[in-house]
Design a protein around this ligand. Structure first.
Ligand SMILES: Cc1cc2nc3c(=O)[nH]c(=O)nc-3n(C[C@H](O)[C@H](O)[C@H](O)COP(=O)(O)OP(=O)(O)OC[C@H]3O[C@@H](n4cnc5c(N)ncnc54)[C@H](O)[C@@H]3O)c2cc1C
Length: 446
């Protein structure tokens, strides 16, 4: 199966090329190299992670699948997620609905808060250990095709930078220019299917983070999704993750919403950071990092075709993100792994045709990725058509709970009447019931 890497006068030959040494790409390269294939892992950044940016948490089920002894290899995690949930912001209030202990007390934890500049090099090293050949500072700009249209290699931005390989796995992330170039999707990214996430990393002493977020020590961490006033009640979601000595805080808002309401990302982020319930948490902290990145949130309906003769696409490039659950990293790793397995199968058959490449989709259908994305296929549309979940309900929750916990000496019949009024002043009972049914339909896939 293994072929020697042969350097012709201007073309290098490998058994497989992976575009992008992110989460999906390094996973695909790891799987193929372990099976003895000569793999080129091409990354446009100075090094893996150099161009990467996220919230966020990374999930151990996906890492363990490829590196079962990952904890012995000192992964550069920040903190385990020992507390997770939703924070609902009203204009001047905050209701926290988080869970801690129980399943979140497992060791190793199911999720670890991570900074990608640290994690991605560690992850790509696992692929290099398996034998993959990392080519950094190199951008893939096009494909080489056979006469029948099948992909047989890539063109990079280096002089004489063509690399031949019978299979190319595209893991280029959200800016899926190559996926489009191959014709796997016939349109550019649509603003209604893309969230722009903007984030600050704010440095604070560990003890202050522990005290402000109620965490025992740096063996405990919080991952919170923040809804409501954070995005001015418009479709979007905020987040807070506690690192060891910094806090990652930001929000994602759909691109079309930013354009329609002429919102400037840094204004909304600053408004969020100035919120009376948020500002004290980061007070006195030093800004370490400030940036923005797109998230493909269009789900199943925005996905490209996942294969062509000689090519496969995985991760963000294929819109593999479940926005409600912040699942993107695990989908990228698992899809990268399944793409790698398909390439190995193609090598063993000596057949890289579209028919064999389609086995990748079969593999994706057997696991959680395509099943979940199909189930949630209406969710992004649901958020677009039900803005009340970002506006009415978070402020109702704050109002109603505020009344409940301040009704001392008040006849409780009056209290419950007032609490009901806090809802009906905002949304009729019939409409609220309809909203709940619609929400259930959109997440259950009915
Ligand atoms: C602010 C934010 C918060 C997030 N929070 C979470 C979270 O908490 N949990 C979660 O699971 N997900 C989260 N996500 C989503 C998650 O980051 C992505 O789903 C995941 O990184 C996708 O991995 P990937 O390998 O497909 O792409 P990426 O990680 O983006 O990797 C793509 C790689 O390809 C390289 N590349 C691109 N084009 C080329 C080219 N032409 N040639 C060579 N190299 C190329 C890039 O430099 C990059 O290294 C978040 C995203 C954002 C933006």
């Amino acid at each position: 199966m293994k072929s020697d890497r042969a350097l012709t006068h201007d073309k290098t030959e490998f058994d497989a090329v992976v575009v992008g040494a992110g989460l999906a790409g390094a996973a695909a390269a790891m799987v193929m190299a372990r099976e003895g294939l000569n793999v080129a892992l091409v990354e446009r950044g100075q090094k893996p992670g150099g161009k990467n940016y996220f919230g966020g948490a990374i999930y151990t089920h996906a890492i363990a699948d490829l590196v079962p002894d990952f904890m012995d290899r000192r992964p550069p995690f920040e903190r385990p997620v020992t507390e997770a949930g939703f924070w609902f912001l009203s204009e001047d209030g905050l209701t926290r609905m988080t869970v801690q202990g129980g399943k979140l007390g497992a060791e190793p934890a199911d999720a670890y808060i991570t900074l990608r500049a640290n994690f991605d090099p560690w992850w790509a090293t696992r692929a290099q250990e398996a034998g993959a050949f990392l080519i950094p500072k190199t951008t893939v700009v096009d494909f080489i095709r056979a006469e029948n249209g099948q992909v047989i290699g890539v063109v990079t931005d280096r002089p004489q930078g063509e690399i031949l390989a019978p299979v190319v796995i595209i893991c280029e992330g959200v800016n899926n220019l190559l996926t489009q170039k191959l014709g796997l999707i016939d349109r550019d990214l649509e603003p209604a299917q893309m969230a722009l996430a903007f984030k600050k990393v704010i440095s604070l002493p560990m003890e202050q983070i522990n005290a402000r977020f109620g965490l025992q020590d740096d063996g405990h961490g919080l991952a919170a999704s923040v809804l409501g006033d954070v995005s001015l009640g418009l479709p979007g979601m905020g987040f807070i993750y506690t690192n060891k000595t910094s806090v990652s805080i930001g929000l994602g808002v759909m691109l079309d919403v930013l354009a329609t309401y002429r919102l400037r990302p840094y204004d909304i982020l600053q408004r969020y950071l100035d919120h009376p319930a948020i500002a004290p948490l980061i007070k006195g902290g030093q800004l370490m990092e400030y940036g923005a990145h797109l998230i493909p949130e269009g789900g199943y309906r925005a996905m490209p075709k996942l294969y062509a003769g000689g090519a496969l696409v995985a991760g963000d490039a294929a819109s593999m993100v479940n926005a409600l659950h912040w699942e993107g990293t695990n989908m990228a790793i698992v899809a990268g792994k399944l793409a790698g397995e398909t390439a190995v199968e193609a090598h063993s058959r000596g057949d890289f045709s579209e028919r064999v490449m389609s086995r990748y989709e079969d593999r994706l259908n057997e696991g959680f990725i395509l099943r979940d994305l199909k189930q949630y296929r209406r969710f992004s549309k649901f958020l677009e058509t039900h803005p009340q979940f970002m506006d009415v309900y978070p402020s109702f929750l704050n109002d109603a709970l505020g009344q409940f916990f301040s009704a001392y000496g008040k006849p409780k019949k009056e209290l419950f009447k007032d609490m009901l009024g806090a809802l009906t002043n905002r949304r009729g009972l019939l409409q609220a019931t309809g909203d709940i049914v619609s929400m259930a339909r959109s997440v259950m896939g009915w």
